[in-house]
Ligand binder design. Structure first.
Ligand code: 3PG
Length: 183
C-alpha cells in the first residue's frame, strides 16, 4: 500500500489526466478516484491504461455494483467512507484490498470479522484525530489505520509518526500537485 493516498474528485477524463500527470510529477504514484462524480469509472480506466505506473483505486464506493464496475475498470484497491459488507464480499471474491471507513470499536470489530485489518479513519478531524486512533489501537493491536478528512501537509507527519498509521489520505495532495505544476 502507498503511504500517500490522494483523494481525487474529477468532473471529466481530461481533468483526470491532468491530475494523474500532476501527481506523478509530484512523486505520488497513487490515486483514489471517488465515485462522487459520474466519470469515476472512466477516469480509473484511463489511469490504468495511460498511467500504468500508478496505483489506482476507487473511493466513495458504497455498494457492490459500483465496486464491480471499479474493479472491472482497473481499480487495484477499494475505499468506502463507511463499512459495506456487500462491498467487502465483492473485494474478497476478486482478491482486491478493501479499506472501509471505521471510527468506532463496533465498526472495527465488524471489519476484523470480515478479515479486514486496515481501515480508513474518516473524517479523522471530526472523530478525534490521532488521539482517537491511539486509543483504538490499544484493544485492536492487529489493526492499522488510514486517517483521511482534515489531514493536510501540516499534520500528516504527526499522523505518520504513529506506527499503526500506514498511510494518510486527502484531497490536499491533488491541490498541491496541481499548484506545483502550474507554478
Ligand atoms: C475523503 O473522502 O476521504 C475526504 O473527502 C477527503 O477529505 P479532505 O478533503 O479533508 O482531504
Amino acid at each position: 500500500m502507498q503511504k500517500y493516498i490522494p483523494v481525487v474528485v474529477v468532473k471529466d477524463v481530461d481533468e483526470a489526466r491532468k491530475v494523474f500527470t500532476a501527481l506523478l510529477k509530484d512523486g505520488i504514484p497513487c490515486a483514489e478516484v471517488t465515485f462522487r462524480t459520474a466519470c469515476a469509472e472512466d477516469a480509473i480506466r484511463l489511469c490504468a491504461s495511460e498511467f500504468p505506473q500508478m496505483e489506482v483505486g476507487a473511493g466513495t464506493v458504497i455498494n457492490a455494483e459500483q465496486c464491480k464496475r471499479a474493479i472491472a475498470a482497473g481499480a487495484k484497491f477499494i475505499v468506502s467512507p463507511g463499512l459495506s459488507v456487500e462491498v467487502a464480499k465483492v473485494c474478497k471474491k476478486k482478491n482486491i484490498p478493501y479499506i472501509p471507513g471505521c471510527v468506532t470499536p463496533t465498526e472495527i470489530m465488524q471489519a476484523i470479522s470480515l478479515g479486514i485489518t486496515t481501515v480508513k479513519f474518516f473524517p479523522a478531524n471530526v472523530y478525534g484525530g490521532l488521539s482517537a486512533i491511539k486509543a483504538l489501537s490499544a484493544p485492536f493491536p492487529q489493526v492499522t489505520f488510514v486517517p483521511t478528512g482534515g489531514v493536510d501537509e501540516n499534520n500528516m507527519e504527526e499522523f505518520l509518526a504513529f506506527p499503526k498509521i500506514v498511510a494518510v489520505g486527502g484531497s490536499f495532495f491533488v491541490k498541491n500537485a496541481l499548484k506545483k505544476m502550474e507554478d
